[in-house]
Design a protein around this ligand. Sequence first.
Ligand SMILES: Cc1cc2nc3c(=O)[nH]c(=O)nc-3n(C[C@H](O)[C@H](O)[C@H](O)COP(=O)(O)OP(=O)(O)OC[C@H]3O[C@@H](n4cnc5c(N)ncnc54)[C@H](O)[C@@H]3O)c2cc1C
Length: 389
Amino acid sequence: MFAGFYEEIHEEFREVVREFVTREVAPRYKEWDQNHMIDRSMWLAAAENGLLGLAVGEENGGMGLSDYRFRMILDEELARADALGVALALHLHDDWVLPAVLQFATAEQQQAWLPRFMDGSFVSSVAFTEPGAGSDLRAVRTKAVKDDDGGWILNGQKTFIGNGVSGDGALVLARTDGSEPRERGSETSFSLFLVEKQGNPGYQPGRQLEKMGLKASDTAELFFSEVKIPAENLIGEEGRGLEYAKAILPQGRLGVATSAVAVTAEVLRQTISYVGEREAFGHSVREFQHTRFQLAELQVRLEAAERYVAAAVERFNAGELDLVAASKVKLWASEQAKSSVDACLQLHGGYGYILEYPVAQAYLAVRLLTIFGGTSEILKETIAGDLPG
Ligand SMILES: Cc1cc2nc3c(=O)[nH]c(=O)nc-3n(C[C@H](O)[C@H](O)[C@H](O)COP(=O)(O)OP(=O)(O)OC[C@H]3O[C@@H](n4cnc5c(N)ncnc54)[C@H](O)[C@@H]3O)c2cc1C
């Protein structure tokens, strides 16, 4: 990010993150990418360095680093190591599941769960999407029914769930009003649960989905068959799940935007270096006017996106980033990442198409950013709905 955005305390934090990424992530990332699974050692090492659950308050043993600039540093340092799968896995845990627990769980629930969020023993997934319900969450069919002892019995299927195989549990959106699953539910048809895998044989990850990029982060189907959920695992109030899911969207979308600028900045840095070394027609590729103009344009686009993301981070830190503002910044940052990384790949020529070049991996990774967490089309619907009459 631009000079002056971070303060000294952030740069000190960056040292810790960089050391962690250099020691624990970079040497193993290729192996995780090939295995389609991040080793638990990454989570445990992140925990040891205080990098999980940054926003957890001191009353629950955390550091209370709710300033989003700390999260951005993780994105930047992971992008520098071309470890974008780890960035995605951490976002799911810290920017989707954790905010729901911090905002809507009771003090007792937080005391029980938050230490495990921070020590690497509970790696979490967000399980909203289903085969027939992605953009339209009111079509969710997964169903929880109250049992005799006040708990719930969960049945259903989720898909595209990050950390779905490697994780220990999921934040599940389920229909709880007994409405007909074939019909779209109402605003109050759904509830949120934190569901644990351990001790629940009916909680089964399905097959891992073969993604085009970000392979280190496992993505899977999840099946729930007669899964018993204790009453104390309901988050907030029954019937308010959709409202809570929408409330965590701004942070989730901000996380996609920060990832997008972090990747773009790193890929542009690598591209400038590459075209400086590569020769054609007796010149470095960087000397061609087209290359210089292209790089100039990419730099300006990056700086504009960074400023926009920085303003959104400030609003988030002030507790003022609403859904429309978060949708705007995700739309802009993810679309510019997609087109910028594409342009950088072109500047690499044939090598850009070869997977051992980070630009090719980044190209496949950023393709997700305009889909996950709200497609660009859905974001535009949200933004259009807010335009002055
Ligand atoms: C790699 C990966 C990881 C993911 N991780 C998770 C995860 O961890 N947890 C989770 O819950 N989900 C996850 N998702 C799901 C992701 O958030 C959804 O794929 C996304 O929200 C889109 O839903 P869909 O795939 O059902 O597409 P659809 O909703 O079927 O959309 C298909 C197309 O129609 C368009 N469309 C839909 N509705 C409208 C409309 N009203 N107006 C205009 N266009 C519209 C969409 O923009 C899209 O272009 C992940 C997805 C992927 C690919």
